[in-house]
Design a protein around this ligand. Structure first.
Ligand code: SF4
Ligand code: SF4
Length: 260
């Protein structure tokens, strides 16, 4: 009798994060049983206490590196993972907690904590790719469950995920949204923001605030000129690029240019 082929092992890891991206996997209500049937969920503490030790075929990593312990732990995750995919703004850009990268973390800790000497933290919050090799980065805060399913099924089929690198503007055109910036003068980061959300915010007449991070080759300097003409001063422009993806190179460089 032929031996049954082992199912691929999936692991989901958490670093500094809010768990929202992991919850996107649990949010795949209609598809979750199919996913669970195609893989062995070997490590996923948000969903189960069960744990299969050893090596993992596909690791999904949420969160950024903010402590010396996590800087070591991610090396272990990498060693035990055949394919490592980072999910969300925290894991791909350092997340909102990367605002510390523009400040003095010791001063922050002294203001926030009664006993800052108990806090063992790094001075920066950084993306997983700054520490180990990453096979694919999935953006968003939180990620799109449709894109997550595409990544998991692409892995199972042995192909690259189809995740377009174009801007939210293209998604607006595909959806038939009226451009909020042209029609209403509403500041919008859509022209420099990575697609994936389906242009939700402009569909409800508000500007994009960049939660999917910079698209491939963003021209943020050009957009800043337009946003300045709509009334945003350099302080406001600095802040608009410093949210969930403040440490992503495309947004960080423009925020620093505005700051000077
Ligand atoms: S990217 Fe956003 S939703 Fe995902 S873990 Fe970080 S803060 Fe939460
Ligand atoms: S439109 Fe922009 S801010 Fe709104 S969900 Fe999409 S990427 Fe995020």
């Amino acid at each position: 009798m032929r031996a049954q082929k082992r199912k691929p092992r999936l692991a989901v890891w958490k670093f500094a994060s809010c768990d929202g991206c992991q919850l996107s996997l649990l949010d795949c209500e209609d598809e979750l049983l199919t996913v669970a049937g195609a893989v062995d969920i070997a490590y996923f503490q948000e969903a189960t206490r069960g744990r299969i030790a050893g090596r993992y075929d596909l690791s999904l990593v949420e969160g950024s590196i903010t402590t010396p312990h996590d800087a070591e732990r991610i090396q272990d995750v990498r060693r035990r993972s055949h394919t490592l995919v980072t999910i969300g703004a925290c894991a791909t850009a350092g997340g909102i907690q990367a605002l510390r990268n523009f400040a003095d973390v010791a001063e922050y800790a002294s203001i926030v904590y009664a006993r800052p000497d108990y806090i063992d933290t790094l001075a920066t919050s950084t993306a997983i790719a700054d520490h180990v090799a990453v096979d694919f980065e999935l953006r968003g805060c939180p990620i799109s469950k449709h894109q997550l399913l595409e990544v998991v099924s692409a892995y199972l089929a042995g192909r690259r995920p189809v995740v377009p690198p174009h801007s939210v503007c293209v998604e607006c055109k595909l959806r038939g949204n009226v451009c909020v910036m042209v029609a209403h003068g509403t500041p919008c980061l859509g022209p420099v923001t990575h697609a994936g959300c389906g242009a939700i915010c402009p569909a409800y007449d508000r500007g994009c605030y960049g939660c999917y991070g910079p698209m491939e080759t963003p021209n943020a300097a050009s957009l800043s000129g337009r946003l300045g003409a709509l009334g945003m001063d350099p302080g406001a422009l600095t802040r608009v690029y410093r949210t969930f993806n403040a440490n992503a190179p495309g947004f960080r460089a423009e925020s620093e240019r505005q700051k000077t």
